[in-house]
Design a protein around this ligand. Structure first.
Ligand code: NCD
Length: 317
């Protein structure tokens, strides 16, 4: 699929709520733009003041390490004024509603809101409460669009054209927002996707999204160009550990092992983090030269810079 021209493409999105709302061209355009920012990050002084007139709030109602630091770093690298909100230390603990919280924050003249919340649909709700640009940094098990964009950017570093590339996503497909955004994005740009995991962790509707389903790790690894492993989202499963017999058995059946790397010498390994070493993969697999997991993290800053830049109106860099 041909990539949109940075000078000519008419990017019309106001928010980033999910990749469901972005066309293949929008996605490829963001990824092209991110390349420019990836180069900025390699400079001795990795800063450009494009957002110096913008104020951004990071509204985090759920735990986060990578996503939150990555957004904050991206914002600071671009000179924005940044304020951070954590539900654990805010008046949300005193009973204030989300709507009141966001309206109060918005009265402080905020241009953009980066939102993470355990409930699906919160970013959509925020667009109806305030005028600011809303960026979804994860809404429950629904979408995590910037994660999928940084994953696709990392895949493009290995395979510049993702059309026809074979991507396996292995693990807890039912409770993952990362998988949903990745499927939506990857299918739009013409990649082939197989989801792999125990039957109990793969929802029936997933084939309707245009992916193949497998319950056999060996077959999947033999097939794919890239294998992305996902954490079992225990916090969303609650008491339902009967979804698989034990973490140990899960690892025996669906964990990527050093033996797999020898047997199938071609596939590369990704993981959005946080990794549970010894569950999704053996610890040595995560540290092997077949894994691009830390590249994903570096690329995350560039991709978020691109998203912030484009949604802020895209003044000339
Ligand atoms: C993911 C998330 O929060 O959905 N992590 C991330 O953003 N890097 C995946 C996960 O928590 O397993």
């Amino acid at each position: 699929m041909s990539k949109p021209n940075l000078e000519e493409y008419n990017f019309k999105q106001k928010h980033l709520l999910g990749l469901a709302d972005y066309s293949a061209e929008d996605i490829l355009y963001v990824l092209e733009q991110a390349k420019t920012f990836r180069e900025v990050l390699d400079r001795p002084v990795p800063k450009i003041p494009t957002l110096r007139d913008k104020t951004i709030v990071n509204l985090f109602y759920e735990n986060s390490t990578r996503t939150r630091l990555s957004f904050e770093l991206a914002q600071k690298r671009m000179g924005a004024d940044v304020v951070n909100f954590s539900s654990g230390t805010s008046s949300a603990k005193k009973g204030e509603s989300l709507k009141d919280t966001i309206r109060n924050i918005s009265s402080m003249k905020i241009d953009m809101v980066v939102s993470r919340h355990e409930s699906p649909g919160v970013p959509h709700f925020l667009t109806r409460c305030v005028d600011a640009v809303i960026i979804n940094a994860g809404d429950g098990a629904h979408e995590h669009p910037t994660q999928a964009l940084l994953d696709m950017f990392t895949m493009q570093q290995i395979y510049p054209d993702l059309a026809g590339k074979k991507i396996a996503i292995i693990g807890d497909i039912s409770h993952s927002r990362v998988v949903r955004s990745n499927i939506l994005g990857l299918i739009k740009v013409g990649a082939e996707v197989t989801v792999c995991g125990p039957k109990s962790l793969i929802p029936k509707f997933v084939s309707a999204l245009g992916v193949n389903v497998s319950h056999n790790l060996d077959e999947t690894l033999a097939w794919c160009d890239i294998a992305m492993a996902l954490r079992i989202q225990m916090e969303r499963i609650g008491g339902g550990t009967d979804l698989f017999p034990s973490v140990r058995e899960y690892h025996d059946t669906f964990g990527i092992k050093m033996d797999h790397l020898e047997k199938y010498p071609d596939f590369m390994i990704m993981h959005p983090g946080p990794i549970n070493r010894g569950v999704e993969m053996e610890s040595d697999v995560a540290d092997s030269d077949r894994a691009v997991i830390l590249n994903q993290v570096t690329n995350g800053v560039a991709v978020r810079m691109a998203v912030l830049y484009l949604l802020s109106g895209g003044a000339r860099i």
